[in-house]
Structure formats: structure tokens, C-alpha cells
Design a protein around this ligand. Structure first.
Ligand code: ADP
Ligand code: MG
Length: 686
């Protein structure tokens, strides 16, 4: 019996409860020790019921005096309510459609409740959490009580008891993997004490110290893992040959229609120097919407070709892949480089021709969707892979792709800037190039929020008409409807019909994901060439699309989009010299929705918006990293712990530099293998 035994062997846990625990991520006895309360309830000084005020979240302890359950006028809705008394005053608590409360909330028992106070026909607690108190259980009354994450099949009282007994039996076996120098440098409290403090806090100060120490541990472990992986990859893998810039690249630079920004110049140099080395590049190019990432990618592609390799450029949507393809073709026409396109909806003939070119080596650059890594595609000499809008693919998928090929150089680009905490956690083993400068002459996009009432509608349509008269173009984006492509299309189609009626003089086109590829292509072409005035679209134009003559972006029902997505959409305009506008339409919405839109309107800085997005949605939702698991921390929090993360990164870097085999840090090496080994694929590289 050890720390790493399955949790069912811990005292009091059996197979049934083990299943319940595993839903909470608790698999081993060690997990149980690190299964921390999500909040604490002070049951020493009980809030008297007379002190309840509407709107407050409170925790109270009182006696149940009556229970009642009755149906309501709404079908299928049942209300259970109890009358509570603390000896002096009474209050009510109600639950909707809660099952079997009558079995536990019997008159006479004492309960602790936690929830929000509402003013209805009197003050009441609505849907509070509760726990029936057992006066003989010292852990549930008269003290600060730990409230653990809950799941069906585990009663709070029981969880507290099991954790307590595990602490008693196994806490002494927990080993500190943070090297002593680091612990001393930051004056960390001891690991075992810290774990104990989180379960049974002594006070605010000591709790915070313990919490920060444990958060540091998690961040430090991940950073060490990422940096080790980076280091080992660099020493283990060799590329087939360094790729050096030559004539073609020189010509490419000369033929660019604009002067590169300083940031672009710097990023291209960073990429070029990676390509010229023996170690495969693993670089992330970050830059705000319209900072000009594409030209950096193109430079890399040309250098790869100069160096004698084939290169692949992958985009998340067909529309974007086509756009990259046409741009590249135009730019490379004079350079005598064969570029081909491969997407899922190519005709069989065209597809075969491309596949042949790729395997014979005649195709030097292949642009496409994820189809370019399909089973039939085999490169003759692939030297570079560029992934545009990496966040759209998700981390796992990228790894699967790269497993197919022999250590090519890899450049990934993200459209939405990612907060630094996330970059470090997800891409912590990549080098980063930052495009922190927009091309000259860009003006911030003016953002307006508009209630879509009939009178405002007339104003908006006039504005759209004027914009078109002045020779500029307009995007009109229809909302995402419940994740259903079909409904999206229906909504976009009826808006398209409606605008054609309202704006008879304008050339209006419709774009959505379900159009056949060649139609998408011709719609986009007509818009890019300026032939179409107004493009009605679903959110498929969100990423990457680049038409610099478009100056107005109308987004319908804008509250349905996340802030980062809105920023992306807004980034479709403001790409030329003219003044641009983004108009966020709202119908009925909540104050939170409005606040979100106003916050996003107040800045055009993608990094600020990304931070906002991280706070609102959490890391899992942002980069498609939910399944990846590296950010599933028990204590650390990527919104709050930025400083700790920087500290952990620094310490991890110093350690990996000094002791790359972790010879003097065996506990750390073991913790890494057992906790992160599989996720980071560390096994085999050691
Ligand atoms: P993103 O970073 O969003 O992918 P793009 O690469 O699509 O941005 O570039 C946005 C627009 O800016 C394109 O029309 C591109 O031609 C233009 N552009 C890029 N770099 C410069 C520059 N240095 N000067 C002027 N325009 C530029
Ligand atoms: Mg782009």
C-alpha cells in the first residue's frame, strides 16, 4: 500500500466510491491528499437569520422546522421548501425539482446552508448547497469546515472523513520534489505543512502562503517538463540539411509591394536563422490580427525552397487556404516555384495531379487544409511545415501530423494573441517570435454598439449604402445559431434576401461553409476584386480573410460571439488606409452581454482582449486545449498566477540548463515521469 495505490485501497473507499472519485480526477491515494477544498465555510460564528440581506451569499446553520413539496403552475416544475429557525428568527430555503429532499431535510435536523439570499415573498435562500449536520461529527461543526468538490455518490461528511484518514496515514510519505535551493530561496513552507494547511487552514496568511507554494510546484513541474522536452528534442533530432536563403529569397524580398515592418524583419531573421541550423525549428509566431504574419510565413516557404526542400502551408479553412494559395501564386510567379493547392473538395483529377507533384517533388510548396496530411499524401523531401491559425487545430492534432513526417522545421502561427501565461503553458517548449507592431498607417477600427431597432436599422442601412457609394466594401456577419451549420445558413440566407430588397443598388453576395468549394472561391474572388459591395456571411470569414478595401464590419447578434472571436471578425477591416468601422448589433441581451461588448469596443489591443477572454472563459475553451490536460492544475490558476508562472519558468530554465539529466533532482525526475510523462511524451527521451 503506497501513495500511488489506487484510491479504492484507501481506508473507507470501495469500488463504487472509487468510480465517483475518478469523476473528480482522484485516482490514487496521492490524488486524495491533493484533492483540495473548493471553499471553506466558517461554522464557528453562525450568521443569525435576522442578519440576512437580499443579494448576499451567506452561510448559515439552522434547524429545519417544516418541509413542504408542491407542484407549481409551470408544468413539470416542483418546489421543495423548508422553514428554518435559529431559535430567534425564521427563514425559508427553496429548491426547484430537487429529488428526495424530504428524506434528508426532516424537521428537527440541523443543517448548514450556503447560497444566495433573494427577496421573494420574504427573504429566502434559493437552491442553496446544504449539508445535514451530525452533532457528533467534530469535523462538520463549530470550526472552519472544508467544502470539497462534490459529485453524486459522495457525501460531504464522508469525503471529509476519507481525506482526514488519508492525511493521517499517508501525508508523511509525500515527498517534496522542488530542489532545496529553490525552496530556501523563496522561503517556501514545507510541502506537507502546505498540504495540511489547504485542507485545514489556520488563517488567511498561512493559507495563502501554502496555496502559492503548491501552485508554484505545479507550474514548476510543467515548465521543467516542457523545457526538458525542448532540450532533448534539440539534441536528438537532426534535420536532413540546413535550409539557407538564396536567390529566390532575395527576389522575393525585392518583389514585395510594401516595406516590411521592423517586427516582420526581425521575425523573418529569427525564422531564417532557425532554418539554417541543424536543429529542427519549433517556433511560434504570435501577432495581433492584421500584423502581417502571412508575409513572414511566405518568406519562410521561399527560404525552404531555396534550401532545396519542399514546404507545406496549412490553414484551418478552405477559404483561407485558397486565399493563401492565390497570394503565393501571384507573388511567386516570377520566382519559378511550383505551388499547389490541396483541399478536401478538390476534383479527383486536380487532386491526383497535385498528389503526383508532391511525391515526385515537382510541387515545391503545398498549400491546403488538413487534407495536406491525408493518408495518400507523401512528400518527396518535406523540410518545413507552417500551420496558420494554430489554435483552430488544437494541440493534439498537430502532434499527430508531425508524427507522420521526419523532423521537418515547424512554424506555427496564432491569429488571436494568447495571454503569456497560456503561451508558456501550452507552447512552453517552442521558441516565440512576436510581431508587436502593425504596418504603418493603420487606424484603429471604430467600434459601435447598436440596438437593432427599426429606426436604427434605417440609419445602419444608409451608412452601408454610403460606404458602398464611396467605393468601399462591407462584411455583414450573421450569428452562430446553436452550433448548427444548417440553421446558420438559413439565417444568413434570409438576411441576404432581406438586404437585397433593402439595398437594391448594391451588389450583394452570400458566403457560408456549406457552399461547394468552387462557389466559395468565386464568391471570395468577386469580393476580393471589389466587384461585390456587400458580403453576407456566417462566421466563416472569422479567420484570416484579407480584403483591404473592406472598411465596414457589421456583426449581428454580437453577444453570441466570444470577445476573441469578435476581435478576429473586427480584424477583417482596418487593413487599409481608410477609416474603418465595426458595428455590433444587439437585440435583447443581458447587462453582462453589453458589458462584454463595451469592454471589447474599448480596445483594439488583441493581447488585452485575450486576457479578457481567458478570465471569462478559462484556458480550456480558448485554444482547444481542453483534452490536452496540461492546464488541468489542482491549485494554480493561469489568470491569477502570472508572477508565479514567470518565477517557475525562470527556475526551471536555470535547472534544466545546469542539470539536464536531473541527476541531482531525482524526486523531480520521478514526479515528472509519473505526473506528466504521458502527456508530454517524455518517456523514451530520457
Ligand atoms: P495577419 O497577421 O492577420 O495574418 P496578414 O498577413 O493577412 O495579417 O496581413 C494583413 C494585411 O496587411 C495584408 O493585406 C498584407 O498584405 C498587409 N501587410 C502586411 N505587411 C505589411 C507591411 N509591412 N506594410 C503594409 N502592408 C502590409
Ligand atoms: Mg492571417
Amino acid at each position: 500500500m503506497s501513495l500511488f495505490s489506487p484510491v479504492r485501497f484507501a481506508k473507507g473507499v470501495g469500488e463504487k466510491r472509487e468510480r465517483a472519485f475518478s469523476r473528480l480526477g482522484v485516482k490514487t491515494v496521492e490524488d486524495l491528499l491533493f484533492f483540495f477544498p473548493r471553499r471553506y465555510e466558517d461554522r464557528r460564528n453562525i450568521t443569525p437569520l435576522s442578519a440576512l440581506t437580499a443579494g448576499a451569499a451567506v452561510s448559515v446553520v439552522a434547524q429545519v422546522v417544516a418541509f413542504e413539496k408542491r407542484p407549481t403552475s409551470r408544468q413539470g416544475l416542483e418546489v421543495s421548501s423548508i422553514l428554518l429557525s435559529d431559535g430567534e428568527n425564521v427563514a425559508k430555503a427553496v429548491w426547484f425539482n430537487a429529488r428526495k429532499l424530504e428524506d434528508v431535510l426532516v424537521p428537527g435536523v440541523r443543517v448548514a446552508l450556503y447560497g444566495k439570499v433573494e427577496m421573494r415573498s420574504g427573504l429566502q435562500l434559493t437552491n442553496p448547497e446544504f449539508e445535514v449536520l451530525d452533532e457528533s461529527d467534530p469535523e462538520s461543526v463549530g470550526r472552519i469546515v472544508s467544502i470539497y468538490p462534490a459529485t453524486a455518490g459522495l457525501s460531504p461528511k464522508w469525503v471529509r472523513r476519507v481525506v482526514s484518514s488519508a492525511l493521517e496515514l499517508y501525508l508523511s510519505e509525500v515527498e517534496d520534489f522542488v530542489p532545496a535551493e529553490i525552496r530556501e530561496k523563496y522561503n517556501f513552507s514545507a510541502l506537507r505543512e502546505s498540504v495540511m494547511e489547504l485542507h485545514r487552514p489556520q488563517g488567511r496568511e498561512s493559507w495563502l502562503r501554502a496555496r502559492n507554494r503548491l501552485a508554484f510546484d505545479e507550474l514548476f513541474l510543467l515548465q521543467t517538463g516542457l523545457l526538458l522536452r525542448k532540450k532533448r528534442r534539440a539534441s536528438a533530432q537532426k534535420v536532413s540539411g540546413p535550409l539557407r536563403a538564396g536567390e529566390k529569397f532575395k527576389n522575393f524580398r525585392r518583389s514585395l509591394p510594401f516595406q516590411l515592418t521592423k517586427a516582420q524583419d526581425r521575425c523573418i531573421r529569427e525564422v531564417a536563422s532557425d532554418l539554417a541550423s541543424q536543429v529542427p525549428m519549433n517556433r511560434l509566431l504570435q501577432g495581433d490580427v492584421s500584423s502581417g504574419k502571412t508575409v513572414v510565413a511566405m518568406a519562410a516557404l521561399v527560404i525552404a525552397v531555396d534550401g532545396g526542400a519542399q514546404a507545406a502551408f496549412m490553414a484551418p479553412t478552405e477559404i483561407l487556404a485558397q486565399q493563401h494559395f492565390f497570394r503565393l501564386k501571384a507573388l511567386l510567379a516570377k520566382l519559378d516555384i511550383r505551388v499547389d493547392l490541396l483541399t478536401g473538395s478538390l476534383s479527383q483529377g486536380a487532386r491526383n495531379k497535385t498528389l503526383e507533384g508532391v511525391s515526385s517533388g515537382d510541387t515545391r510548396i503545398l498549400v491546403g487544409t488538413h487534407a495536406i496530411f491525408g493518408p495518400k499524401v507523401s512528400f518527396k523531401e518535406l523540410g518545413l511545415v507552417i500551420v496558420d491559425e494554430q489554435h483552430r487545430f488544437g494541440v493534439l492534432q498537430k502532434n499527430a501530423l508531425l508524427a507522420k513526417t521526419r523532423s521537418p522545421h515547424v512554424l506555427v502561427m496564432t491569429a488571436t494573441p494568447i495571454p503569456r501565461t497560456l503561451t508558456l503553458s501550452i507552447y512552453g517548449d517552442l521558441d516565440v517570435s512576436l510581431l508587436d507592431e502593425l504596418p504603418a498607417g493603420r487606424k484603429p477600427v471604430k467600434t459601435h454598439r447598436l440596438d437593432f431597432s427599426p429606426s436604427q436599422q434605417t440609419r445602419l442601412l444608409n451608412f452601408v449604402r454610403d460606404t458602398a457609394r464611396q467605393g468601399h466594401q462591407i462584411y455583414w456577419v450573421c450569428p452562430i445559431i446553436e452550433e448548427s451549420d444548417k440553421l446558420d445558413v438559413t439565417a444568413a440566407y434570409s438576411r441576404f434576401q432581406n438586404l437585397r430588397q433593402e439595398l437594391p443598388g448594391l451588389k450583394i453576395a452570400l458566403l457560408h461553409g456549406q457552399l461547394p468549394a468552387d462557389e466559395k472561391e468565386s464568391v471570395m474572388e468577386a469580393f476580393a476584386s471589389g466587384e461585390t459591395d456587400l458580403l453576407v456571411s456566417t462566421s466563416v470569414v472569422e479567420v484570416g480573410v484579407d480584403v483591404s478595401n473592406a472598411t465596414v464590419m457589421v456583426i449581428e447578434d454580437a453577444v453570441r460571439f466570444g470577445v476573441a472571436q469578435l476581435h478576429q471578425l473586427r480584424g477583417r477591416v482596418g487593413r487599409g488606409e481608410g477609416e474603418s468601422h465595426c458595428i455590433l448589433l444587439t437585440g435583447k441581451t443581458t447587462p453582462e452581454g453589453i458589458a462584454r461588448l463595451d469592454a471589447m469596443s474599448s480596445t483594439c489591443d488583441g493581447f488585452k482582449i485575450a486576457e479578457m477572454d481567458l478570465r471569462q472563459r478559462g484556458p480550456g475553451e480558448i485554444c482547444g486545449i481542453r483534452q490536452h490536460g496540461v492546464t488541468d492544475f489542482r491549485v494554480a490558476d493561469l489568470v491569477r498566477d502570472r508572477k508565479l508562472l514567470e518565477m517557475a519558468r525562470q527556475e526551471a530554465a536555470a535547472l534544466v540548463e545546469k542539470d539536464p539529466e536531473l541527476e541531482n533532482a531525482r524526486p523531480l525526475a520521478e514526479a515528472l515521469m509519473s505526473r506528466l510523462g504521458p502527456t508530454l511524451e517524455l518517456a523514451g527521451t530520457a
